[in-house]
Design a protein around this ligand. Structure first.
Ligand SMILES: Cc1cc2nc3c(=O)[nH]c(=O)nc-3n(C[C@H](O)[C@H](O)[C@H](O)COP(=O)(O)O)c2cc1C
Length: 578
């Protein structure tokens, strides 16, 4: 009999953090305790003692170009130690579920590596490797729904004897304890004269509601300019922020932006849930106490916030809800008929209903509230607000400006619909990192002889040539060589196939091959994830192998190996986003 099960959950993992309920309610309560412990024990240090546990279930995402997340690095280093013998983990049973996205080349690379390594160290897998895929029409749930019952089947076999003891049975009809304690602090908070003890400390608040301990910088939006033509289907913005404190960033860095709800949305939400008369009330929020988190840290200090500010900043009312949202709502609706519907939407048997009701129409939390009137009139208690509703998630954007030019941060973002904003991958030439110190080894007399070549591709030179004037200005000043391609340009000769960046790479093969093989060029590939990065990589391979492209033709295998070497030495980097 196993008395301990540890659920290893990367604490930076957003996707799973907000569905922890799902695991804790799956039926094996022992999971619940350890899940809570893992989640609440902030700064949990992975140590050798991890290896001494008997059964561990790992959930791990892949980030970067097939890299492990920050919080897993120490653990991974430990696992890779050469001194570990092949029977190091012979006592261990394990399961791994990966969180990944199949549009990346190294799909779920970390989960696959971890699974293999544990087996090499003698551990026994109790269930096949689970691979969650953002690209699945149900997202990670697509694989998770099938994997979880398989996992529990095996766990029951192993832990069968603890399954039915009284202490371990949780009735799923009983409302789980909220993670936060939310109390009414004062009833009529005057926003025009806020008490001085209201801490505008976003970092602490974000840390408490589940984001990793990040440094949060506030700033002022200086400009928000549309940089595509008015009649173009994409509304791409150049947004410049002035940070309120000093910030240092390097080429390739990105920022996480925490969005706020518009005032109209907040008003609608508070009206619907029945708390509009309390919008100015001050709430005191702290982490709920239980036996597993007796130790407190900074993230557990209570904070005060008005109901309005809580909803405005931290409740993601404009997101498409996950299935667990419906489960939570089912506890609170005042209508029996609605309860049944909510339960159906939350259950894997109602997946088609959930898909057609929520996923396809991108129905938001707010819109769901309109449909379920049993949730109105204070049906959802205040203390459950942060539990029932999704917490606002940060959106990551690459920084498209250089500190060498200004301390203001510029982001380039597409406002794709009323509801969401996506990143855009243009790497501005001033950001591109050149290793100026190595110029001599490539026969250059000075670092100023280093050059930057940008191959830019979009659809239409008149409509979405982003930062056109700026780029042409760099060209005029000889800071940049630019090849701009436009796949649907009316100026393109009719009847010819579309022309993309990968075609431009091949057409300029001799130049590019020379830059790579003889001048030590660094390549940065940036843009939309999917076919483009793969096509670019193939074009580079072809260019290296082409006999007509100057000296040193490589055969395809050598070209492939050279590319691998460039990736390893970070001379080939991708920054591609969905
Ligand atoms: C910058 C970035 C790089 C990523 N790289 C990979 C990758 O190489 N392979 C992969 O399978 N998924 C990759 N993903 C997808 C994530 O693993 C996937 O979205 C996962 O659900 C994230 O889970 P988390 O937010 O809980 O960490 C990447 C996502 C981002 C934002």
């Amino acid at each position: 009999m196993y008395s301990k099960i540890i659920l290893k959950l990367d604490k930076f993992s957003y996707s799973l953090r907000f569905r922890n309920w799902k695991f804790s309610r799956c039926g094996l309560p022992i999971f619940h305790r350890f899940l809570e412990k893992t989640l609440q024990n902030r700064g949990y240090i992975l140590s050798r003692s991890y290896m001494e546990n008997k059964l561990i279930v790992f959930f791990c995402s892949t980030t970067g170009q097939g890299n492990e997340p920050e919080t897993m690095k120490a653990f991974w280093k430990l696992l890779l130690k050469k001194s570990l013998s092949p029977d190091t983990c012979k006592e261990l049973k394990f399961a791994v579920f990966g969180l990944g996205d199949s549009s990346y080349e190294k799909y779920n690379f970390v989960a696959k590596k971890l699974f293999r390594r544990l087996k090499n160290l003698g551990a026994t897998d109790i269930v096949e490797l689970g691979l969650g895929d953002d690209q699945h029409y149900l997202g990670l749930d697509g694989a998770l729904d099938k994997w979880i019952p398989r996992l529990f089947e095996e766990i029951y076999k192993i832990c069968g004897s603890v399954k039915n003891t009284k202490e371990n049975i949780i009735d799923i009809n009983v409302l789980p304890k909220p993670q936060f304690s939310i109390q009414l602090y004062n009833d009529n908070y005057n926003t025009r004269n806020p008490p001085t003890n209201v801490p505008p400390n976003f970092a602490e608040i974000y840390s408490m509601i589940g984001h990793s301990r990040v440094s949060v910088v506030t700033g002022t939006v200086l400009s928000n300019i549309r940089i595509t033509a008015e009649d173009h289907f994409q509304d791409v913005r150049s947004i410049t922020f002035k940070p309120n404190t000093d910030v240092i960033w390097n080429p390739g860095d990105y920022v996480n932006v925490f969005p706020k709800n518009s005032n109209n949305l907040v008003t609608e939400f508070l009206d619907l849930v029945g708390y509009s008369t309390m919008k100015n009330s001050l709430l005191k929020i702290s982490k709920s106490k239980n036996e597993t988190n007796a130790k407190t840290d900074d993230s557990e200090k209570p904070f005060l916030i008005s109901f309005w500010d809580l909803v405005k900043n931290y409740v993601d009312i404009n997101s498409v809800p996950r299935r667990s949202f419906f489960k939570w709502c089912s506890y609170f609706t005042k209508s029996e008929a609605e309860k049944e519907k909510l339960l159906e939407l939350s259950d894997s048997s109602g997946i088609d209903l959930y898909y057609s009701y929520c996923v396809i129409p991108k129905r938001t939390v707010l819109e769901v509230l309109y449909d379920f009137s049993g949730l109105h009139n204070c049906a959802i208690p205040i203390e459950m607000i942060l539990q029932v509703f999704p917490v606002m998630m940060p959106r990551g954007y690459s920084i498209s400006s250089s500190m060498k030019i200004s301390n203001n941060i510029r982001l380039t973002a597409e406002r794709s619909t009323e509801k969401s904003v996506n990143g855009n991958g243009l790497i501005e030439s001033t950001r591109v990192k050149k290793d100026n110190t190595k110029y001599q080894s490539y026969g250059l007399k000075s670092s100023s002889e280093c050059k930057t070549l940008m191959i830019f591709g979009n659809r239409n030179s008149e409509k979405d040539f982003l930062y056109k004037n700026e780029l042409l200005n760099f060209v005029d000043k000889s800071h940049l060589e630019l090849i701009a391609t436009f796949s649907r340009d009316p100026k393109n000769p009719p009847g010819l196939p579309k022309y993309y960046v990968q075609n431009a790479i091949e057409d300029n093969g001799a130049l590019i091959k020379d830059l790579i093989l003889n001048k030590g060029a660094y390549l940065y590939v940036s843009g939309k994830l999917g076919k483009m990065p793969l096509d670019v990589k193939n074009s580079i391979k072809k260019v290296l192998a082409n006999h007509n492209n100057g000296s040193l033709p490589l055969n395809l295998d050598d070209a492939e190996n050279y590319l691998k070497y460039m990736i390893k030495t970070k001379r080939y980097q991708e920054e591609c986003w969905n």
